[in-house]
Unconditional design. Structure first.
Length: 249
């Protein structure tokens, strides 16, 4: 009998992986209909950039995590057309609060229209470059959780701003003591860990604008998350890589 290993392939091929993903989603608490329908609408109507969304299974996992953690105030860096903000709004409930930072006025307009259509009133989208707007935030209460899913080259700066804005004893701090940082896409199709020609995505990334810059930034971010004295971190090789960190102070 072979020993278990953390590097063993979980599934023998893409078909089995897809079946397992579908089975996992159906064996988890179902998403409300408006979330499923909106995800499908974005997939159908915005095929050029729909990949910016998290998947429905990832949405299920984030809702579970936020509720298990008891998060009621969430900051999202990178909101796209509002799907994940809707997910967080559902997770925290009507008495919770979600703030989204989004660079694109077009995306923010679509997101706000969606919130209005579904009667969601606990989400605010701030339009602007998060590399500038994040450091200017002064929330009345600190956030319980900060979700990072924006331009990958900005991840190290976002982390620095979060930590600088959450110093022990400071007023209007961004993240509360014991609060969580959740960062999406931290493995970038596995290229962050293995950017060699052994990775089938190697050829793809050669044709993506700023791809190498993104990989360098993500490696810097992951290293900072794991080694910063104020953080306790876990990087999980699920979805496109999800990094978790808990603020210790």
């Amino acid at each position: 009998m072979s020993k278990k290993t953390t590097s063993a392939a979980l599934f023998p091929n893409a078909k089995v992986a897809a079946e397992v993903t579908t089975y996992s989603a159906s064996s988890s608490t179902a998403l409300p209909k408006h979330l499923v329908d909106y995800h499908a609408w974005v997939d159908e109507n915005r095929p050029q950039d729909a990949a910016y969304m998290i998947s429905n299974l990832q949405a299920q996992s984030l809702i579970f995590f936020a509720r298990a953690f008891g998060a009621k105030r969430i900051l999202e860096i990178g909101s796209y057309v509002g799907y994940s903000a809707l997910v967080w709004a559902h997770a925290v409930g009507e008495d919770g609060k979600v703030t989204g930072l989004e660079f694109s006025e077009e995306y923010a307009k679509i997101a706000n229209g969606t919130f209005e259509k579904h009667g969601v009133k606990n989400v605010e989208i701030i339009v602007g470059d998060a590399l500038q707007t994040l450091s200017t935030l002064q929330p009345e209460e600190p956030y319980d959780l900060i979700f990072i899913d924006a331009q990958k080259s900005g991840y190290p700066s976002y982390l620095r701003d979060i930590l600088a804005g959450s110093r022990p004893g400071s007023t209007n701090r961004l993240l509360r003591p014991g609060g969580f940082i959740v960062a999406d896409n931290v493995l970038r199709r596995g290229l962050v860990a293995d950017g060699s020609e052994d990775n089938p995505n190697w050829q793809l990334q050669r044709h993506v604008l700023h791809a190498e810059e993104d990989l360098i930034a993500l490696r810097e971010f992951n290293k900072a998350l794991a080694n910063h004295e104020r953080l306790e971190a876990l990087l999980l090789p699920i979805f496109d890589g999800v990094g978790f960190a808990r603020l210790l102070d």
